[in-house]
Design a protein around this ligand. Sequence first.
Ligand SMILES: [Fe+2]
Length: 213
Amino acid sequence: MLKVLGRNLTIKCKPTVNADLRQTVEAETLELVEILAASQSPFLEQFELRRQPCGPKKIRLSIRNGEEGSGRAPADYGNPDLRDRSPLYETLPATRELIESFPLEDVARILVLVDPAGWGTPLHRDHQLPDVKQEFVWFRTSPEKQLYVIDDADVRADTLGFAAWFDSRQRHGVEQSPHPTVSIRVDGRFKADVRENLLASITPSLELGTKPT
Ligand SMILES: [Fe+2]
């Protein structure tokens, strides 16, 4: 089920992700973090806010395939013409199975975000472009990864299920957890029915705010 934060809207997402698959995805991604860290792989990056590294680690399961700089704009994250799968994608069979179950017509950027034990993700906005609504599925492997979104009326919405979409122009963050937590964000293009239900249903309070971060 895909839930829109701040609303009770749910979208059918088949097949339903079972607990075994979630746990396998978590195990294989945490193992990959260890392997990449040990080899200082460029596919493992430190999450940055305002160009400063902070807690979460980022594994890129997609690579940009265009000219230098292309695909970097927030409007391009979901453009499948600008990305290929990275070699790491093939090494994660459970993660591939999970991503194939998402209600996306096309898949473009794929990121795994791992918050180390004792860390969370600070409150931030992904971008502030008024005409760009990013289409993506955010998925967590465990309820311990508590994503929340705060709208411009300062109303907080917490993730309830495992798959969610939110307006990434709104402030959002992840609570600290005593254990490493894993989420996967897959940008692409929603299937038509999902787009219609999801993006058209955003309440004004979840639209772009006017307060600075
Ligand atoms: Fe974000």
